[in-house]
Design a binder for this molecule. Structure first.
Ligand code: SAM
Length: 241
């Protein structure tokens, strides 16, 4: 854990408190324990959990730190990434975690209780359904996602949830720039505009990582997101208009 503390300071300029370090320790233990019973994530050993889950999730702070979010939604959060590490860093933020798989939602509920995190809503739902609900549509400063879908699909999951003036952040691998290009039309159709592609290098991770940041500059037309399953089967850029 001392190494994690030093890496977070070196890479992101964040000085973790003892309480925050303790929370990451509990997270690691619970994830390892649940993973031995259920297949929550393929990343299982201690060093990989710290680097590929914790540090990678916290790389979002490179973009978020100038303007920490009040309301953030994490779509396809799985075992809580990147939403829960960000909540540990920004305790005042209100957070919504969403996943379509019940077991993963159950783990997030267990962990959020164990860490006594407040202002966290955990939903067993699909992004496409939430994006059409008035309680969640255009309600968030930030919508984030890691390893959920290709960007032309992902923008249809995320942009409807963000208010005008907010933004989405997609954590991507080396295909980040190509995906941002492929999603140009979909981004525009949904009220977004590409702000930034931020390259991230993590210790022990060979592949380049990118944070793709898209501003919401106009309202999303009411027909989006389309019905559950359609954005991934028929991404907007491939749809004749
Ligand atoms: N974000 C986590 C991470 O990086 O470790 C989990 C990534 S996992 C590869 C993708 C997750 O997205 C799965 O848990 C899946 O159930 C969820 N998912 C995929 N499509 C979704 C959708 N349309 N709405 C909600 N969750 C979705």
């Amino acid at each position: 854990m001392e190494k994690l503390r030093r890496e977070v300071q070196r890479l992101f300029g964040i000085q973790l408190t003892a309480k925050q370090l303790g929370a990451f320790e509990v997270y690691e233990q619970e994830l390892t324990d649940w993973n031995s019973r259920f297949n929550l994530t393929a990343i299982r050993d201690r060093d990989s959990i710290r680097c590929k889950h914790f540090l990678d999730s916290l790389s979002c702070t490179l973009v978020l730190k100038d303007n920490p979010p009040n309301r953030l939604i994490d779509i396809g959060t799985g075992a809580g990434f990147p939403g829960i590490p960000l909540k540990i860093i920004y305790p005042k933020m209100s957070l919504v975690l969403v996943d379509s798989v019940g077991k993963k939602v159950e783990f997030c509920r267990h962990l959020v209780n164990k860490l006594e995190l407040d202002r966290v809503e955990i939903l067993h739902s699909r992004a496409e359904d939430l994006g059409q609900l008035p309680t969640h549509r255009e309600q968030f400063d930030w919508a984030v996602a890691r390893a959920v879908a290709n960007l032309p699909t992902l923008v249809e999951y995320l942009l409807p949830l963000v208010r005008i003036g907010g933004a989405i952040l997609a954590q991507k691998g080396e295909n980040g720039p190509a995906e941002a290009h492929a999603a140009e039309n979909a981004t525009r159709m949904l009220g977004g505009r590409l702000r930034q592609l931020y390259k991230v290098e993590l210790p022990g991770v060979v592949e380049d990582r990118y944070l793709v940041v898209i501003d919401k500059i106009a309202a999303t037309p009411p027909q989006y997101p389309r019905r559950a399953g359609i954005p991934s089967k028929n991404p907007l850029d491939l749809t004749p208009v």
